[in-house]
Design a protein around this ligand. Sequence first.
Ligand code: ADP
Ligand code: MG
Length: 647
Amino acid sequence: MRESEIYDLLESYDFKTTRYVSFKMDEIPPIDFFPVVVKLESDKVVHKSDFGAVKLNINSYEQLEQAKSDIIANVTARGVVLDDEDRFIAVQMLSGIELYVGLVDDAIFAKTIVFGKGGIELELYKDVCYIDINAQDEEIVRAINLTTISKIFHGFRGFEYSIEMAVELIHCIQKFSRDNPQIVELDFNPVILTKSGLTVVDARIKKGEAALEKLGSLRKNRPHFFTNERLALIGASSDSTKVGYAIAHNALAFTGELFLVNAKGGELFGHRLYKSVSEIVGDIDTAVIMIPSHFVIETIRELILKNIKNIVIITAGFKESGDYESENAIANLAQTHNFNVIGPNCLGYLESSKKLNATFGTGGLRSGELALLSQSGAVLSALMDKAYDAGIGFSHLVSCGNMVDLDFAEMIDMLNREESCKYISIYAEGIKNGKEFLRAIRESSKKFYIFKTGKSAQSKKAAFSHTGNLSGNYAMFKGLMESVGAKIEDDIEALLFNPFNEVKNILVVTNAGGPASILVDYIVDQGATLHTFTPEELEALNAVLPANWSKNNPVDIIGDAMADRYEKTLEVVGKIQEVDLVYVIITPQCMTDTLNIVKLCELCEREGKQKVYPILLGGHEMEEAQRYLRSKQIPFFKTLQSATSFL
Ligand code: ADP
Ligand code: MG
């Protein structure tokens, strides 16, 4: 489409465009809106400036003549052969701030708007945000505010532009895109921001087949995954080295009815071992399958006769080992008979409110308010272990495995109905239907924390070979997630710690200056704030500390500090209402009594409203204290960076 044709179309969608005239190569049109910009209007030249095909500040007919012949000479010199199809366009010249708005049709997120700093340096700065085509105002504003250029909407250097102007432009693009689904790429660069709004002065549009169709839609009327009262564990085993043993053992506390199935029959943990699913009387809500892969499909067929609602396939050896056929067969059965499948190739799931632990992760588990969904079983088991040490509990755990059926969006929709879950952390390797994923988060009342692999091309490949899923463009993923209010984590452990640390004001107590100043840098980098002492607070600390203490936050209580000095300091600090997190840095110096110091931290944490996190820097000197903290399930950190990753 020609630039002038696009302008005609845009006007009917309330976009602001300038005055323009399109004319033939040998023509000089009447113009009453000098100064103008003269450009070549030709399919043969995409980026006009690169070809010398844009002439700015044209004030007269003579200059127009000159501009035309210069442009012809420039493009001819670059090998372009012009013909009768090619034209010129003269556009009114505007002065203002150059912004950019575009539309892409992403393979994961489908139609997505890109907005940000425009002009010829667009790709250099990449100061853009991503906005879903269905985003409402709050989401649009949140996205725009993620860009650096958005400061011009908030009074930077006296600029007085309203962010509403940008939001209006996004609305126009949204409507335009909805009405014209055949448009798969759109590029308005620049749109010029002046007091009267945003005006499009360059426009390119590409038509094609939309990606949304390929994403497919979610299955309607699925059974709710978390209503299960009758549970069958298929492949429950008395061999303690088998997964079937571990899961049967972990699931014993289930408050519903538990049926253990093993072809050999017999008994396990005081439960009868049914020889087959068909021996169980009545329907089964949920089945956990832990038998060799070649028996899985026939077992599923038996379960269908039991009106099965949910199947968790622990068994591996499907897509990840090249068996796409069986995996597709499972997906088709799930679709036809309307049951949910989690896995295959997964670690199981946990539902705390029913005391149902159908996972084979090691170590203990506590119940809590966090639901954790993980596409990697190994990451999940590592986080489960870490969470236990740190006293963090879960409402739900889902090891997604190959994700043959239920996808993240559907799991989020289901968790949304679960009162016991307040926070949802997700470890994702590939998102299939980004549109639905965004929608589910947008509609959910829970808080989201997401870690996504595939930031670089290399790790993208690793993710592919691991679960066979595709990863999209990371910047787009991050931007879209942040626009719906999810927090994107750079550290896997932050998936555990972040939900419980809505920290505003931080205080640091330390026995060494160096680590404290590094910690302060990390805290500030994360956008958190350090508490500023009032004169009264300083006085209270002066009364208990040696004269040479730092008189500032971080509170450096000097290298010779023993437990008693930490104690007095923490007593004063504990009374400061505004402080909600205290880091206690302990470095090994010959007189440091680490074990007693961490015991104090435990006391403070229990009594006060503040969180107290010890950071134990060092090696073997710290081991005894670390063991103590683990045994008491008190969170602590071994590096300054990990201590701040969740802020
Ligand atoms: P292209 O992107 O194909 O190189 P543009 O039409 O965007 O061509 O023009 C190149 C640059 O010229 C723009 O990035 C902008 O800086 C400037 N420009 C183009 N049209 C106008 C206009 N109407 N008013 C002010 N500046 C303009
Ligand atoms: Mg341009």
